[in-house]
Design a protein around this ligand. Structure first.
Ligand code: 5FU
Length: 261
């Protein structure tokens, strides 16, 4: 049912503050594109975030790959998120016990909870990881995604493990708002957001197990909500990232319009 609804309709009905904001941004900017900015210097990350900002709803970071990370970087990323109206998703993939992830999420060098609207975790340690992250993130109106599936070849996140993610998401829907996965996991009662990595305009693989599918396949056929694109946008020689971002924005949005018609 949610597959046929607009992002705007789902925003209005949703209980999670962050989802209302996210779907609102998507409607306003007509984009379901997230940039996976796997860039390793501060200056280059800020440059691409500023250039591609107008075309995306979410900027996805791996903050621990930045060689010259400092607090000024996150201050400026937050400023860009306000300037261009996008959310920031730190793709941290927490995977430890509740007490440890609380420390990793709220503190340390990166203080992820203080600037990232969204983060994610594996459920390998059991339910306590969600409870631990929630203690830090919920008072800040942050949101958590569970890694129900992965895009890489041979991923073990399948079958009953994937189902367990959905079960825990329902139980913790005051904080968990969706999944990393290849398709929708919503049912009649629960409206979850799926964000899908491994997206390119041409399907295929890289040399390290990444598997790419097209925006049309992911959004229109599989009912996912947001496409995450990295190298398709920033690693095409001779083409500006903003030009490619607009191409992916349009492909993702056209696939969504086709789905809801
Ligand atoms: F959870 C996942 C997953 O299952 N596959 C992924 O590729 C996360 N990713 C991330 O999406 C990965 O860490 C990269 O940051 C990004 C994909 O980038 P690409 O250049 O489009 O392959």
């Amino acid at each position: 049912a949610f597959k046929a609804q607009t992002y705007g309709e789902r925003a209005q009905a949703h209980h999670h503050t962050l989802v209302r904001t996210l779907f609102g941004i998507m409607e306003e900017k007509k984009t379901n594109l997230s940039l996976a900015a796997d860039i390793n210097t501060k200056a280059e990350l800020l440059e691409i975030a500023d250039k591609v900002g107008p075309y995306i709803c979410v900027l996805k970071t791996h903050i621990d790959v930045i060689a010259d990370f400092d607090q000024d970087l996150v201050d400026r990323l937050v400023a860009l998120s306000k300037k261009h109206n996008f959310l920031i998703f730190e793709d941290r993939k927490f995977a430890d016990i509740g007490n440890t992830v609380k420390l990793q999420y709220g503190g340390g060098v990166y203080k992820i909870a203080s600037w990232a609207h969204i983060t994610n975790c594996h459920i390998i340690p059991g339910e306590g990881i969600i409870s631990g992250l929630k203690e830090v993130g919920k008072p800040l109106d942050r949101g958590l995604l569970l890694l129900a599936e992965m895009s890489s070849k041979g991923s073990l996140a399948v079958g009953s493990y994937t189902d367990k993610n959905v079960e825990l998401a329902k139980k913790h829907k005051d904080f968990v708002f969706g999944f990393i996965g290849s398709r929708t996991f919503s049912d009649e009662e629960h409206d979850f957001v799926t964000m899908t990595p491994g997206v390119n305009l041409v399907s295929g693989n890289d040399s390290l197990g990444q598997q790419f599918r097209t925006p049309e396949h992911i959004i229109c056929e599989n009912g996912s909500d947001i496409i995450i694109v990295g190298r398709g946008i920033y690693a095409q020689e001779g083409v500006q990232p903003e030009e490619l971002a607009e191409k992916y924005r349009k492909a993702g949005w056209d696939a969504y319009l086709k789905r809801i018609q």
